[in-house]
Write a protein that binds this ligand. Structure first.
Ligand SMILES: [Zn+2]
Length: 815
């Protein structure tokens, strides 16, 4: 709580009064203002905010973060989440009788005091974003009125331009905006204000034509001495900050990346060097929102504390701690918005997820100054969906719409633990989900000891490999990779004086473990055109993801066939049935994606020079064929298990045919995908007959999709639709697809020597590749086969008219 102004010495008052002009602030004014002491003294006076900036704070770096404290419904979902705009770093600067606020960038640096430093400064002039007349000079400090930053529509402290355009913001209305409070803490200033704008396209309450929110601006002092950064390495994935260090020993300019991580320094350095477990100078302490339902608090705590083990590998004991934050009544000085605290917010919105990150990061070093985690109430529903679609067949206790407190608590614990990893700097490591032999995941002893994955930070949730009767616990834990990653990123290397000095040790830690797949990492892949490594796919698991998908399908079929029994009770409407059913189809589509990624795919194993073998290894032909067989059986053949009419007619009068068509169209598009074909063409160019040829894959796909034509059988509605999807995709490749994105290698658009060089691989030139001739051949072969079938006589009328129509479409595609 702000306290009222201190008394100044009489002498000081006299001096001050003597040198201020009429419209300037008087010390009397200040005495009547509300004062909060901290990093700066902050005064509030008749809707004005005044900072008293001590001289030693001039020129210091401060991070500015603007986060919604309370947002109009729908606002966060419209972009940016709970942040109004990106963070920035500023400095206060005094020149004559004005104080300036300038934004600093640390993307470019050089060793201080060197000629290069001067050159870097000359090319990185700090923009002056605001200027304030000095209201009052005091002994060792300067008072300025900063109201315009927080209470007017200053561009640096207001909606960014793209958000304004999206919401149709026309004007800021000061009459509907006000200051809530201005508080000072030892390392930060927190200003809270309500703001209203006229908006043509508000996120909710259309009729009001207004967007309003309560915004919290934090200004956080960055450490005087930046933490020594640690160089990032693609072999141990971390979230990073990018910087170009012109003093680095490199002849040229190449930005490099530092890990985003907390500062973790031994309290007793000597003990650490003797190899003892030591306490850190500052543990990572998390505060749980007092708005969190009480029953979940022990599980949230467990999710945080689970990481203690990982820090022991890094040499630290008691490295993490977690507490429930006091309410405002319990401790008026405590605020969840105080930038010194890592907080888990419990947010009452229907959003079915959670998120976290290093909220305030020192751009000079990557140091996370404050972590933030949002646990949205809607998450519980998604957790139930995952559990039913993935593991309820093997674990009867999940066959319900209301999990026991222990089961839901455990599911939430895992999410907190996963989000905690993000806050500590770990991104999704999908690779570490694919390390254990698939059948080991059916062994309770194995899973008890190792978990079903080496990382709980990947985008794979539960162990769907385990079958009924296996008795495998579905819980997931921090895994081997997670512990290694924390060790690698956090263990101090005392003998190193610079980030570069650390490289030898960091490299050794990786190379020593390179033969163990559970110490590998790679980012997940998303999107049909860029999914080419089955070990990087969402929800994938085990060293044999295609076989794992087979096991998954067994569980999923049961979970769909039994769904009514599991999720309905007398008197229920069909909401639960519908949402679970749709989730089950999503899960089906995941398995389809896992198998497709193997076709024309490669395995990734990040390595550096000196380590043996390639980084990218084409997947062998047999595994690709096995994936094709999976796609045939489980994806292209009509999913009868999902088409129980008794169930569907409770949900809809129609829609199933179209829904299945849409999923199968995706499956066909994945096979006849320009990027997949381009990869297969390249594999063939290097490996010839040792690889699965694109022509062979297209033959197999045609025979799977058009099987009835080859066996002269009736073609039903589902299959007719899928076959037309094949025809349309073939037509698209023949006539429309031109220059398509296909995730080129990192060289991308790099032109290394001259602007006259062609951009390298940035686009795939379909008309100059083998793609069209390959597809043309498929169309011709199919056309001939259909002609033969029609000559003999089609199996029934619908089959005949479908084949006659297909023949015309083939002609059109070949034209
Ligand atoms: Zn995540």
């Amino acid at each position: 709580m702000p306290v009222f102004a201190r008394c100044f010495s009489l002498l000081l008052v006299l001096i001050l009064t003597a040198c201020v002009s009429d419209d300037r602030l008087t010390s009397q004014d200040l005495q009547s203002a509300e004062l909060d002491e901290g990093l700066f003294n902050v005064y509030t006076l008749d809707e004005r905010v005044l900072f008293e900036i001590p001289d030693e704070m001039l020129g210091r770096d401060m991070a500015v973060m603007s986060r919604y404290a309370k947002a109009q419904e729908g606002l966060a979902a419209r972009g940016g989440g709970d942040r109004m705009t990106a963070n920035m770093v500023v400095q206060w600067e005094r020149r004559g009788d004005r104080v300036y606020l300038r934004t600093q960038s640390y993307s470019n640096t050089a060793d201080e005091g060197t000629p290069l430093d001067l050159a870097v400064q000359n090319s990185n002039f700090a923009p002056v974003i605001a200027s304030f007349p000095v209201e009052m000079d005091r002994d060792g400090s300067t008072v300025v009125d900063v109201s315009e930053l927080y209470l007017d529509d200053h561009p640096a402290f207001s909606f960014p331009r793209e958000r304004r355009a999206d919401l149709g913001v026309q004007a800021f209305d000061g009459d509907r905006s006000w200051l809530e409070f201005a508080r000072a803490f030892p390392e930060n200033i927190e200003i809270r204000a309500v703001r209203s704008y006229d908006a043509e396209n508000p996120p909710s309450n259309e009729r009001g034509g207004t967007v309003s929110f309560e915004i919290n601006h934090s200004m956080i002092l960055l450490p005087e001495e930046p933490m020594m950064p640690r160089l990032a390495d693609e072999r141990v994935t971390y979230i990073t900050v990018t910087q170009t260090d012109y003093s680095r020993d490199f002849q040229g300019v190449r930005p490099h990346q530092y890990l985003r991580r907390y500062r973790m320094e031994p309290k007793d350095r000597e003990a650490f060097e003797r190899g003892e477990l030591v306490e850190p100078k500052e543990p990572i302490v998390w505060y749980i929102d007092p708005a969190t339902p009480e029953k979940w608090i022990p599980y949230f705590k467990a999710g945080i504390m689970e990481w203690e083990d990982a820090f022991e590998k890094a040499g630290f004991k008691n490295a993490v701690d977690v507490k429930v934050a006091p309410t405002e009544e319990e401790d008026p000085e405590f605020s969840l918005l105080d930038a010194r605290y890592n907080v888990i917010r419990y947010v009452a919105t229907p959003v079915r997820s959670a998120n976290a990150g290093g909220d305030v990061v020192d751009p000079r070093s990557g140091e996370v100054l404050r972590g933030h985690m949002n646990m949205y109430h809607g998450l519980e529903e998604r957790l139930r969906w995952w559990l039913v679609s993935q593991v309820a067949t093997a674990n009867p206790r999940f066959r319900t719409t209301e999990l026991s407190e222990e089961d839901m608590g455990e599911a939430l614990r895992y999410v907190v633990s996963h989000e905690m990893a993000h806050a500590m700097g770990l991104p999704h490591n999908q690779r570490a989900n694919f390390v254990y032999p698939v059948d080991k995941l059916r062994s309770p002893d194995f899973v008890e000891e190792m978990g079903h994955s080496a990382s709980s930070v990947g985008r794979t949730r539960y162990n769907y490999v385990a079958q009924p009767g296996d008795g495998v616990p579905p819980e997931r834990r921090v895994g081997l990779w997670d512990k290694f990653a924390i060790m690698w990123g956090y263990r101090p290397i005392p003998e190193a004086e610079t980030a570069q000095d650390e490289f030898e040790t960091l490299n050794r830690w990786i190379v020593e473990r390179a033969d163990k797949p559970w110490f590998r990492s790679a980012h997940p892949q998303f999107g049909m055109d860029v999914e080419w490594d089955p070990y990087r796919m969402t929800e994938g698991i085990s060293d044999d993801p295609v076989k794992a998908a087979e096991y998954g399908m067994r569980n999923l079929r049961t979970a769909t066939e039994e769904l009514m029994d599991w999720v309905l009770s007398e008197g229920d409407d069909y909401y639960e049935l519908e949402t679970h059913y749709l989730q089950n189809l999503t899960q089906w589509n995941r398995y389809a994606e896992h198998a497709a990624a193997a076709v024309g795919g490669s395995w990734t194993h990040h390595k550096r020079f000196g380590e043996e073998g390639p980084v990218y290894t084409p997947i062998d032909a047999d595994y690709q064929r096995k994936a094709m067989a999976f796609i045939d059986e489980h994806v292209l053949q009509t999913p009868e298990w999902a088409l129980d009419m008794d169930m569907l007619r409770r949900l809809e009068h129609a829609g199933a045919v179209e829904r299945i068509r849409a999923y199968q169209e995706l499956a066909v598009q994945r096979l006849l995908n320009h990027a997949r074909l381009a990869r297969m063409i390249e594999h063939e160019a290097f490996l010839g007959d040792e690889t699965y040829h694109p022509a062979e894959m297209l033959d197999d796909a045609r025979e799977m999709v058009w099987r009835e034509v080859y066996e002269n059988q009736e073609i039903d509605t589902w299959r007719r639709n899928m076959q037309r999807a094949w025809l349309e995709q073939a037509h698209y490749l023949m006539h429309q697809a031109e220059s398509e994105h296909w995730q080129p290698p990192a060289s991308g658009n790099l032109r290394v020597s001259s602007n006259d060089d062609p951009p390298l691989n940035a686009d795939l030139h379909i008309s100059q590749s083998d793609i069209r001739p390959l597809v043309r051949e498929q169309l011709q072969q199919l056309g001939e086969k259909i002609d033969q079938t029609l000559e003999v006589g089609a199996a029934d009328r619908m089959t005949r008219i479908h084949l006659e129509d297909s023949r015309r479409r083939i002609d059109a595609a070949l034209r």
